[in-house]
Design a binder for this molecule. Structure first.
Ligand SMILES: Cc1cc2nc3c(=O)[nH]c(=O)nc-3n(C[C@H](O)[C@H](O)[C@H](O)COP(=O)(O)OP(=O)(O)OC[C@H]3O[C@@H](n4cnc5c(N)ncnc54)[C@H](O)[C@@H]3O)c2cc1C
Length: 117
């Protein structure tokens, strides 16, 4: 995706029906204007529309479920995940898995000893 970010943005904008425009403010250190924003100026619009588009295509969303294990077959191919919900353990098998757990800024161990803030 890092090598195809333009196409990725176009795909997600079309899939989710997002209408980005030029942001009013731009970052001074950038040589060209490169910040965009939704007309609502709200990330809620993105989350709401993305959830709607995903479920409309048959996707299921599980909230309050922390992925604890990634399942692999005997060749190491990822085949699913196991998540712990509040009331039950959830096992999901899939042809493809996307890890989208954000950066590691919230993990004190991964940030190292110097980054305490
Ligand atoms: C204070 C602040 C201000 C920002 N302002 C802007 C801005 O104005 N414009 C902008 O473009 N960007 C901004 N950013 C950056 C932007 O928020 C991030 O780049 C973006 O949210 C990253 O999205 P993500 O989906 O990769 O990860 P995240 O938004 O971090 O989402 C990851 C999700 O995965 C979940 N998760 C983690 N581990 C598991 C697990 N094991 N099982 C299940 N779920 C798990 C987390 O709970 C989280 O909900 C800002 C960031 C911060 C911190």
């Amino acid at each position: 995706m890092t090598e195809n970010i333009g196409e990725a943005i176009d795909f997600i904008s079309d899939f989710v029906n997002l209408n980005y425009g030029k942001a009013q403010t731009q970052t001074p250190e950038h040589s060209i204007d490169r910040q965009i924003k939704l007309s609502s100026s709200s990330s809620y619009e993105l989350v709401k529309k993305a959830a709607e588009a995903f479920t409309k295509k048959g996707g299921q969303i599980f909230l309050d479920a922390r992925v604890e294990h990634i399942l692999q077959d005997e060749n190491g191919k990822v085949t699913g995940v196991v998540a712990e919900g509040r009331k039950r353990t959830l096992t999901v098998h899939a042809d493809a898995i996307t890890l989208s757990t954000g950066g590691y800024g919230a993990n004190l161990n991964m940030r190292g000893k110097k980054a305490k803030g």
